[in-house]
Design a protein around this ligand. Structure first.
Ligand code: SF4
Ligand code: SF4
Length: 348
């Protein structure tokens, strides 16, 4: 593991020199917030942000992704043959991803890269990407990453962890991919790892918000599923889906065919368990027919089913996006604490 010191005066030219080899994706001003986008030649990632409004999950899991194409026009070569859409899987680097979002991509990987199924679209984009994390020295008031098994200097899912240190950055190469990127940028001055230890301690001390998760695993699934608090917790929900679209760990999608004339494409689009159509059967029956069912599904998945299935803690990295963006202030921290402190009805 190499630690490199990068003089801020040399940062822009180093990043720019990467642009022959990598697409550079970084945080940039987007309206009244920051979001990730591909940077133009010479454009620097803008590190003047706390966290981006949308998570960077779309870098490996696009919101709308063409998978296959076909034509039934017999005048065309290869008609009636389903073909994979050609896509760009050239090397890319996401520079400035927060540690919570990188850990979230690792959690999502458990869905797309299993022993039984390997999602080629997700995996090719994931493998083409080098993740350069930016440690969080000023966490938001709504961040609760330290109680979700994450933290402002968490290294899971990263190839490099970068931290600001006065007039320099210090970069810790965590993988071979990370070392290759630092070499390609021409950054080679030795740095001091002690900067990370001190920064981590200070940043963790600034996180004042938390969730209680210690008892979630002990409950029977049915005790939580049938608990009487769901009506109350879901009462204000609009089923707008903002929480799931903003969340870095939500991975639900739908696959649709879009047909124009005799040509069609098969597209994978983000979907949300908060939308009534997500589980609508063709018969018209909907097994999650009320918003109470849907709110329960979102939280049971994140805070119980995932916990039991993977034994990796909750399916939430504490980024606070859903807390800040829910229009009716439904707060996963409160829901998690209600679930964790549930007292099941005694068996009669
Ligand atoms: S953002 Fe809030 S209102 Fe919208 S679906 Fe999520 S919990 Fe419901
Ligand atoms: S805080 Fe909300 S948006 Fe962030 S990871 Fe947890 S559930 Fe997702």
């Amino acid at each position: 593991m190499k630690v490199i010191k990068i003089d801020k005066a040399k940062w822009a030219s180093g990043v720019s020199s990467l642009q022959g080899t990598y697409k550079i994706i970084g945080p940039a001003v987007d309206g009244d917030a920051h979001n990730f986008k591909e940077l133009a030649k010479g454009e620097e990632p803008d590190f003047n942000f706390l966290n981006t409004k949308l998570s960077p999950k779309s870098i490996v899991f696009p919101q709308s992704e063409k998978m296959l194409e076909y034509s039934v026009d017999e005048n065309k070569e290869d008609h009636h043959i389903m073909k994979e859409v050609k896509k760009d899987y050239s090397p890319r680097a996401v520079v400035g991803i927060r540690p919570c979002d990188a850990k979230a991509i690792n959690l999502v990987k458990m869905n797309f890269d299993t022993d039984d199924y390997k999602d080629p679209y997700w995996l090719k984009l994931y493998e083409a990407t080098t993740f350069v994390g930016l440690a969080c020295d000023k966490p938001c008031d709504s961040c609760f990453c330290t109680s979700t098994g994450c933290g402002p200097y968490n290294e899971e899912g990263l190839d490099i962890l970068l931290k600001e240190d006065g007039a320099s950055y210090v970069a810790k190469a965590l993988t071979e991919k990370g070392e290759t990127l630092l070499g390609a940028a021409g950054f080679s001055d030795a740095g001091d790892e002690a900067a990370f230890e001190a920064g981590k301690k200070d940043a963790e001390a600034k996180i004042t918000s938390s969730v209680q998760t210690d008892k979630l695993k002990d409950f029977s699934t049915l005790d939580l599923y049938n608990a009487d608090f769901w009506e109350d917790l879901s009462f204000a929900c609009l089923n707008c889906g903002t929480c799931t679209f903003a969340c870095p760990t939500c991975w639900c999608f739908d696959i649709q065919d879009e047909v124009k004339g005799k040509d069609g494409v098969r597209v994978r689009n983000w979907d949300s368990c908060m939308f009534p159509l997500f589980t609508m059967h063709t018969t018209g029956h909907n097994p999650r027919g009320t918003k109470e069912h849907r709110v329960r599904q979102r939280f049971m998945h994140k805070l119980k089913y995932f916990v039991d299935k993977y034994e990796k803690g909750i399916m939430c990295v504490g980024c606070g996006r859903c807390v800040n963006q829910c229009p009716v202030n439904i707060d996963i921290r409160k829901v998690c604490d209600v679930m964790n402190n549930h007292v099941p009805e005694p068996v009669k």
